[in-house]
Design a protein around this ligand. Structure first.
Ligand code: UD1
Length: 424
């Protein structure tokens, strides 16, 4: 029930460090299932989703130990094969255990994650791909039930370069008999990170970082140690925060080569971006200029940045058009921005944002991770206090968000809210 109280007006300045990517580490944790023994992941962010994914693995019979920025996962010779609804509905990424479990155990029963605040997020490509590899899959009582005595390599063409489907198929194909070709595969840095770890485990994968992945299946994989790739979305969040608050922020651990499109947009809006030892620096000394954004699979502009750039445009000079091509209903948070006085109109895939000099602090609600972060950044450039509720969403993806904001000079604090008697 916690909320953030954000008092606007501060200019962010200083250094902030970025840890490993949520969208990578959750899949690396699932990939550990592919090998018996202890896999150790480092540069692991201290976020709620890692805790929940750890619980998913524990219930599959793994021993999961969290250390300082690390997690060690000991997988038994025969893991369990069921991921239940209570956990899967809290963390959609747990669907990533489907591919490894079918490949390793010959069976999997994984709850359907259900609706999401940013769109329907189907699983048809995950299912169709695994069926091509020889799995039988049915939907029973809210679960996907998959069986396959031994998966067999095949050619799979994805309708869309889905991140989750590419990952599930990669992991399944790694232990399949023969060669699998995944065409129109996703190319995100997190996919490259997963490929790198799988290769270290003994997988044979060609075309890493391209849209055609060729996986020659092997009999078995072995447990490894692996360093998680830095979180480009978190790094980009700090960059946007610097620009919105007309600040000067050095993002340590962020890799500019994974952020070419968003950093270029920030330069177009008037910021100075430079590479520094171990990261990059973003300096802004004036009101940002409006920038259009069109979301696309990597290397296009990431959909996860969309709420942040939409927020930036609410205080920019001029009018911007934001086009969302990846998730059909990622506009829920627009109504929250409107509560802060933003001028935003949506129509289908598009949002038109007319910039204002200043927003006006108000109580708002976070509906997902990036929208939550976007609302906090908007609060930083609003007059008065903005109260952001349901910050458990932000906790899912941002390590020490409030502490890091405060260290950069923001006036933000976390408050626990006791439920009203009628809510109990
Ligand atoms: C991942 C990221 C998420 C990011 C997204 C796109 C994680 C934990 N989450 O989500 O932060 O915003 O990539 O970069 O890594 N789709 C189908 N059928 C399928 C699979 C996907 O229709 O079988 C659709 C989805 O509904 C969505 C689009 O394809 O509209 C993209 O989804 P996908 O790339 O799979 O995203 P996720 O892996 O869910």
């Amino acid at each position: 029930m916690d909320r953030f109280l954000v008092t606007g007006g501060a200019r962010l300045a200083g250094e902030v460090s970025v840890s490993g990517a949520k969208n990578s580490v959750l899949k690396l944790m699932a990939a550990a299932l592919l090998a018996e023994g202890t896999t150790v992941l480092t540069n692991v962010p201290d976020i709620l989703d890692v805790t929940i994914m750890g619980e998913v693995l524990r219930r599959l019979g793994c021993d999961v130990v969290r250390g300082e920025a690390s997690v060690s996962i000991t997988v038994p010779a025969v893991p369990g094969h069921e991921a239940d609804y209570e956990l899967v509905r809290r963390i959609r990424a747990s669907i990533a255990v489907l591919g490894p479990l079918v490949a390793r155990c010959g069976q999997a029963k994984v709850a359907l994650p259900g609706g999401d605040a940013i769109g329907s997020r189907g699983l048809d490509m995950h299912v169709a791909g695994l069926v091509k590899l020889g799995a039988s899959i049915s939907s029973e009582h809210g679960y996907l039930v998959a069986t396959a005595p031994r998966l067999t390599g095949a050619s799979v063409w994805l309708d869309f370069p889905s991140v989750g489907a590419t990952e599930n198929l990669l992991m399944a194909a790694a232990l399949a008999k023969g060669t699998t070709v995944i065409d129109n595969a996703a190319r995100e840095p997190e996919i490259v990170d997963l490929c790198t770890m799988l290769q270290r485990m003994g997988a044979r994968i060609g075309g890493v970082g391209t849209s055609t992945l060729e996986v020659e299946g092997v009999e078995r994989l072995h447990a490894v140690e692996h360093v998680t790739v830095p979180d480009r979305i978190v790094a980009g969040t700090w960059a946007v925060a610097a620009v919105m608050t007309r600040g000067d922020v050095t993002v340590l651990g962020g890799r500019p080569e994974h952020l070419e499109m968003p950093l270029d947009k920030l330069v177009q809006s008037g910021a100075e971006v430079s590479a520094v030892d171990g990261g990059f620096r973003v300096v802004m000394d004036r009101r940002p200029v409006a920038v259009d954004v069109v979301t696309l699979p990597y290397p296009g502009f990431a959909t996860d940045f969309q709420p942040l750039f939409l927020g930036l445009n609410t205080v920019a000079e001029g009018t911007a058009m934001i086009t969302e091509n990846v998730f059909e209903s990622r506009w829920m948070f627009v109504n929250e921005l409107v509560r802060l006085g933003a001028d935003v109109r949506t129509d289908g895939h598009h949002a038109v944002v007319r910039g204002k000099e200043l927003l006006s602090g108000a109580p708002v609600t976070a509906h997902d991770i990036r929208a939550g972060a976007g609302l906090v950044l908007a609060g930083l450039v609003a007059d008065g206090v903005t109260t952001v509720s349901e910050v458990h969403h932000v906790d899912r993806g941002y390590e020490g968000f409030v502490d890091k904001l405060v260290a950069l000079g923001a006036d933000v604090r976390r408050e626990s809210v006791r439920p009203e008697p009628w809510e109990l």
